[in-house]
Design a protein around this ligand. Structure first.
Ligand code: UDX
Length: 449
């Protein structure tokens, strides 16, 4: 099928590349000419495992192309995926101006009927507005548009794997015809007719994903409801962590035992510095805002947001208790990205830690396998080290902020020898407290005595 992707950000690139690799012809466009030029020169503007390989393969097979001529791209596809950003406004409401802009562009530029798909994360009832805008700006209604919603559940760091091996594919449509088109688009994924860059053809035999066909409003709700529930689960684990600290329990054992109950599940119960990234914080806010506009008080989500914000304060209570005075201390910060395997620092808890350390007059030495470049733009006065051991040299304390494997497997015997004081404050509960103490470390983490 001939597909158009508008917006070559994270979601657009992964969606476009994977659908091209699955055999569709994909025409990508973005208002950022520099980004299009970069992509046409074979470079990928984001760090995401396997994405460059998928793009290379699709480009070599002439299945994907990039243009800054939106009209040309719009006319080329039978189906249009809207993948533009929906950042939060001050109020927490999702800013839908880019969606509106693209809707008017599609209505002006299209010459033949199109199925227009919401791929960006949008609040429920956006589909209704999209239909209205397309009809209002289509030159005298000459061209007919159908609308669908197809939320993505890609996680940064594993997005290509998540696209080819989804738990479910959710599509919200107005008609059986819309459902048939969506089925045809995802058939290669559902029937596993694609070259998998992650498993090199030896894909795990897990059951095929379900294609869940529903209404547009339900599909829109499913995205916010799913992300908000995952965030809620993390905040719940963090409150349990606070309880464990005061009662003398071990949050790792408590959450593991909880998770062994399949009704609860082991995932997303990891206590620590809390959630960040460009999804959970903004999706919670947008969901709370949406609920508020229709008279539903989403107190439990407000509480989850509050608990998440408190993580930084909890961490600094531990830092102050251990270090006494922060001013003039040399502090190693291991991890800047909002989670492992990404260079993304948006709403990363680590940035809040760095900001507060600088505010309190500490000398910050930071290390991260991928996110130093982006962080340096925000915090030019931090000392950055590709090599984490360099960051530890002469440090009065080491703070663990991101669960990168390189930090999980760090040689603390070696690291500790170069530190001014063997003090580790672990914001991601990466280490075994006993082992760290046996190596002579003062070790503090979340929810563990
Ligand atoms: C999330 C959703 O998982 C994905 O389905 C959706 O499409 C986009 O949003 P992502 O933002 O990439 O994906 O990150 P995710 O892996 O979900 O982690 C989110 C945050 O929660 C990270 O900061 C992570 O460190 C934190 N987290 C995750 C915890 O603190 N505890 C956990 O148990 C799991």
């Amino acid at each position: 099928m001939r597909l158009t992707v508008i917006g070559c950000g994270y979601v657009g690139l992964v969606t476009g590349a994977c659908l091209a690799a699955a055999g569709h012809e994909v025409f990508c466009t973005d208002i950022d000419k520099k980004r299009i030029d970069l992509l046409n020169s074979g470079k990928v503007p984001i760090y995401e495992e396997h994405l460059d390989e998928v793009l290379k393969r699709a480009t070599a097979q002439k299945k994907i192309s990039f243009t800054d001529d939106a009209g040309e791209a719009i006319r080329a596809g039978e189906v249009i995926f809207i993948c533009v950003g929906t950042p939060p406004k001050e109020t927490g409401e999702a800013d839908l101006s880019a969606i509106d802009h693209v809707a008017r562009q599609i209505a002006r530029e299209a010459r033949t009927p199109k199925l227009v798909i919401e791929k960006s994360t949008v609040p429920a009832l956006t589909g209704v507005q999209l239909q209205k805008a397309l009809a209002a700006y289509s030159r005298g209604g000459a061209v007919k548009f159908a609308v669908a919603s197809n939320p993505e559940f890609l996680r940064e760091g594993t997005a290509v794997e998540d696209f080819f091996h989804p738990d479910r594919i959710v599509v919200g449509v107005e008609s059986e015809k819309g459902a048939a088109v969506m089925r045809e688009i995802y058939e290669p994924i559902l029937d596993r007719k694609f070259h998998c860059p992650v498993h090199g053809g030896n894909c795990p035999k897990d059951p095929n994903a379900e294609l869940l066909i529903t209404t547009i409003s339900s599909a829109e709700l499913i995205k916010h409801a799913s992300n908000s529930f995952l965030a809620l689960k993390i905040s719940y684990a963090n409150v349990i962590s606070d309880l464990c600290e005061r009662i003398g329990g071990d949050v790792e054992e408590v959450t593991r035992a909880m998770g062994l109950d399949p009704r609860i599940g082991t995932q997303f119960l990891k206590a620590g510095l809390g959630f960040g990234g460009f999804c959970f914080p903004k999706d919670i806010q947008a969901f709370i805002h949406l609920a508020g506009t229709i008279g539903v008080e989403f107190d439990m989500l407000k509480a989850a947001e509050r608990v998440n914000k408190q993580r930084i304060d909890r961490f600094f209570e531990k830092i102050h208790k251990a270090l006494w005075v922060v001013k003039g201390k040399k502090i190693a910060v291991l991890g800047l990205a909002f989670k492992a395997n990404t260079d993304d620092i948006r709403f990363a808890p680590a940035l809040e830690v760095v900001r507060k350390l600088q505010e309190e007059g500490a000398e910050v030495h930071a290390s991260d396998p991928q996110a130093i470049g982006r962080t340096r733009e925000i915090f030019p006065h931090v000392c950055y080290h590709e090599d984490p051991y360099k960051a530890l040299e002469g440090a009065d304390a080491a703070l663990i902020c991101t669960e990168w494997k390189i930090f999980r497997t760090l040689d603390w015997e070696k690291g500790g020898r170069s530190m001014a004081r063997r003090l580790v404050l672990d914001g991601r509960n990466l280490y075994d407290p006993k082992k760290m103490q046996q190596m002579g470390f003062e070790y503090h983490s979340f929810g563990r005595a």
